[in-house]
Design a protein around this ligand. Sequence first.
Ligand SMILES: [Zn+2]
Ligand SMILES: [Zn+2]
Length: 683
Amino acid sequence: MPSIAQVEPMTTARALRGPFDYRLPEELRGGAVDVGSMLVVPFGRREVLGVVVGLADSSDVAAGKLLAPLRALELGVPAEMVALAGWIAEEYCSTLARALTLVLPPGATRRLSGRRRRDVAPARQLPVGARAPQPHALNADQEAALASVRAALATGEVHERLLHGVTGSGKTEVYLRAAEAALSHGRGVIVLVPEIALTPQTVGRFVERFGDTVAVLHSQLRGAARYAEWRRLREGRARICVGPRSAVFAPIEHVGLIVIDEEHESSYKHEGDPRYDARDVAAERARRSDAVLLIGSATPRAESARLPASRLPRRVDGRPLPPVDVLDMRGEDHGLHPRTAQALADVRDARGKAIVLLNRRGWSNFLSCRSCGLVWSCPHCDVALVLHRGGGFVACHHCGHREPAPERCRECGSISVARHGAGTERLQHELTSVLDSGDFPIFRLDADVTAAVAAGAGERNGRRPASTGASDPDGVAGALLRAFEGAESGVLIGTQMVAKGHDFPDVTLGVVLDADATLRFPDFRAEERTFSLIAQLAGRVGRGRDGRVLAQTIAPQARAIAHAARHDSDGFLAGELERRRALDYPPFSHLIRVICSAEESTRARDAATAIRGLLALAPPADGAGSVLGPASLFRLRGRERESLVVKAAHRRPAVRAVGEAVSRVAAAREHQGVHFSVDVDPQ
Ligand SMILES: [Zn+2]
Ligand SMILES: [Zn+2]
């Protein structure tokens, strides 16, 4: 009977790597403690939470020196989740302790008491747009897609499948039936959605179809309510978990199906350490559980094109996808093309609804002095400050720095301050006057609106963390979408949040302003993002009646825009794969990005150069890697940054080589004070 527990203490210090051996007292032997159990252990002078990662009969530590855990907490995590955390730590160049925090119950690391908690009934509110759950008959395409999932579930084989279906083609119904099939085989189900508030219909339909068998992990759920949902899953009272990326760690045993809806969404990538990608974690978890992985999108990523695919080429209502007109904005000096203005006026006159997408927050992107040319920029980052006129401030969208909107130039005193570019705030203002709206409301959905409502008056020092849009409190966005849905007519304007998976049947016009804006990002995924943004917005239009889409751009010939205008995702994907192959980008290679940051640029560069040197000496075995950089990134939060990008054919050895090189440089005295981040598969 194992008497030794190998325990990983939950500390974030990279230097302290477990596991450490503890002696199990009699009462904790014989099954009371297992892999995945949570123990409170003495650690140095502290008591820390630890996770049992192994059991043994003996230890290398002398018996007299072995300490015993102080107590065991009542409910640990399934053993398979400990193994998955180990995989994440290696795959994403992190530590086991950090990876374990992902799989522990909500709040576990803050709560060492271990006392019994009251069960709290989770607040369950039916999300916006939930409709009567009429399981209508599947069409032939849906049947075929479902048949392949059923077959794999019946044989219990690992199976990965792409559900490539146009918007409105009934992917959710396939997910629901696939979930039913998994449950009937006694298997659990995980359904990942990009953001709960922005994909309300999917969540609502699962809840309506399966009732209490579903646990929904909203980001709105806090504390005890969140733990209660986790516990229902852990104890098997709920067998389906629906949630954003962290739901991939749901403590469900015998998972038989993992669905990733809207798989092209970048919110599946986690930006903190470990920088995991929930799509890859889901695939790994499915492999380990002999489960089916079903990933759905109208605009799948190049990375997903390798999978066997089921096609849903038609909308279930039989309506065609809306025609997309590309409007050339070269030579236009107004923000709105005359045809766009006319189309919006037509919608107003017909008492209809429209969605307008402009992927930029605020009033103006930057301010400059007309006399001396000064540009208002962030004191901590090398970026221009964005004017938020309603709030009366300019803000850095990277670090959250704010200062009052300037009335005059601080250099030359001129009061002539030019405002360049337009964001959603200004667009809302302009549309209100152009459309003379009155009873034609203009709703705005972006991270500013949701953050402002959520923060209320409680902001401190006028500072607020830079918003990524992903941290949006679900309730605010949900309420806004509900208001738009309930309105008789109106316009919804906003950033990419308005192009997500919601479904309003009465929207007849979609407009994308500055459609090429995302193309200008220095990122190999820029084209894919642009294509997907336009195609996804088009997908929100004409669900219940005929509609059309206008895309304003100064790059009407751009491949991404031209393909999106034709709803040609196959053509776009084929070209994209060809381009990626030629440039040796994913999925034909793996990228690992290392960022070194320091207050002085020379120190950041020296550290990056040292890492590069080590990688040249010890190239990842068989990795055939190439190293790009160091290249300077813009200064962020007061730190100069240098980046290296490793392109490798083989991921594991490359990750290991990079991890070792970074550890060695980080440990060297001459690089003290330099911060390092390693991002495998940067997005
Ligand atoms: Zn000036
Ligand atoms: Zn800044």
